[in-house]
Ligand binder design. Structure first.
Ligand code: G1P
Length: 296
C-alpha cells in the first residue's frame, strides 16, 4: 500500500458487549456491565462518544442474553422525553444517546468463545471494509480521543493499527503483547509480532494491546478457521498475528489516560478522576476526598 493512496474511511465500529461481567456481580446480575455508570454516563457511552469523535457512523454491538439495556440506551425513550418536555425540562442531556436511524446494528454471540469469535460474529455487517473495534472496559480519556488519534495515524500508514500502552512487566500476562519493530514516529511503531497472554518471561515487550483496533476486513477470513489459543478461546490477537507480513501493522501509543474499568479499582479510579475534572462537582469531591484521607 503506497503512502499516498487514499484510504478507505473507517465508518464502522464493532463493540463486543456479550461478556457476562462476573467480576462485578451482583451489580451485573440484571444489568450489563457496560451500563455501569462512571458518574452519569454508562461505560458504553464513553466508547460510543470516542467512536463518533473519530468519524465512525455505524455502531455494531455484538450482544448476548440480558444485554438489551444497551440497545435501549441508544433508542428514543418516548415517554421520558414527552414527560420531560411537558415539565419544561431540557432534553439535550439525552443528545449523546441518539443514533441516526439504521446506524445501530446488533448481532448475537450465542456462546462465549472468545474475543476473536465475538468479532467474527459481526463479519456480515462489517463486509469488505476496514473497521474499528472498541473494548468498552478500557476507558480512554484524551483530546483528541484514542480512536481519533488512531484514525489520523491510519490516514498516514493504512493497514492495521492497534493502540498500545506500557505496563509493568509483571502485568503483561493479562494482556495481548506486541513485539515492536521500527519506529515511524514518537507515537507510531511497526508491529513485528503479537502474543496473547504470554508468561512474563516469554513476553516480547511490556507494550500491551489496550482495547482499540483498526483492522482490515481480511481478519474475518483469518478468524474463520476458529483456531483456539490462550485460555482455550478464539483469540483476536492470534488472527491479527497471522496478518503481520501480509499487510502493514502498526501500534499507536495513545497520548492520554487509560482506565481499566474491567477491574473494580480501575472503575473507582476512573470515577474519582473524572469527578475531579467536572466543574459542577470537582470542589465538593475534592473536599470529600481530603476529609476521607484525613480520617484514614
Ligand atoms: C482482551 C484482548 C487482549 C487485550 C485486552 C485489553 O483481553 O484479548 O489482547 O490486551 O483485551 O483489555 P481480555 O481482557 O478480554 O482477556
Amino acid at each position: 500500500m503506497s503512502l499516498n493512496q487514499p484510504r478507505k474511511p473507517i465508518r464502522k465500529a464493532v463493540f463486543p458487549v456479550a461478556g457476562l461481567g462476573t467480576r462485578f456481580l451482583p451489580a451485573t446480575k440484571a444489568i450489563p456491565k457496560e451500563m455501569l455508570p462512571v458518574i452519569d454516563r454508562p461505560l458504553i457511552q464513553y466508547a460510543v462518544d470516542e467512536a463518533r469523535e473519530a468519524g465512525i457512523e455505524q455502531l455494531i454491538f455484538v450482544t448476548g442474553r440480558g444485554k438489551t439495556a444497551i440497545v435501549e440506551h441508544f433508542d428514543t425513550a418516548y415517554e421520558l422525553e414527552h414527560t420531560m418536555s411537558g415539565r419544561g425540562k431540557q432534553l439535550d442531556v439525552l443528545d449523546a444517546t441518539r443514533i441516526q436511524p439504521g446506524n445501530l446494528v446488533t448481532v448475537r454471540q450465542q456462546v462465549p468463545m472468545g474475543l476473536g469469535h465475538a468479532i467474527w460474529c459481526a463479519r456480515a455487517v462489517v463486509g469488505d471494509e476496514p473497521f474499528a473495534i472498541f473494548l468498552p472496559d478500557e476507558m480512554m480519556v484524551g483530546s483528541p480521543g484514542c480512536m481519533k488519534q488512531m484514525v489520523d495515524a491510519y490516514n498516514e500508514v493504512g493497514g492495521n493499527l492497534i493502540s498500545v500502552l506500557e505496563v509493568p512487566r509483571e502485568e503483561v500476562s493479562s494482556y495481548g503483547v506486541i513485539a515492536p519493530g521500527a519506529k515511524v514516529s514518537d507515537s507510531l511503531t511497526e508491529v513485528t509480532g503479537l502474543v496473547e497472554k504470554p508468561k512474563t518471561e516469554d513476553a516480547p515487550s511490556n507494550l500491551i494491546i489496550s482495547g482499540r483496533y483498526i483492522l482490515q476486513p481480511e481478519v474475518m477470513r483469518t478468524l474463520e478457521s476458529q483456531d483456539k489459543g490462550a485460555g482455550g478461546e478464539i483469540q483476536l490477537t492470534d488472527a491479527m498475528a497471522r496478518m503481520i507480513g501480509q499487510q502493514p501493522f502498526h501500534a499507536v501509543k495513545f497520548d492520554g489516560r487509560r482506565f481499566d474499568c474491567g477491574s473494580k479499582v480501575g472503575f473507582v479510579e476512573a470515577t474519582l478522576s473524572l469527578a475531579l475534572e467536572r466543574p459542577d462537582m470537582a470542589d465538593e469531591v475534592r473536599a470529600i476526598m481530603r476529609r476521607l484521607l484525613a480520617e484514614g
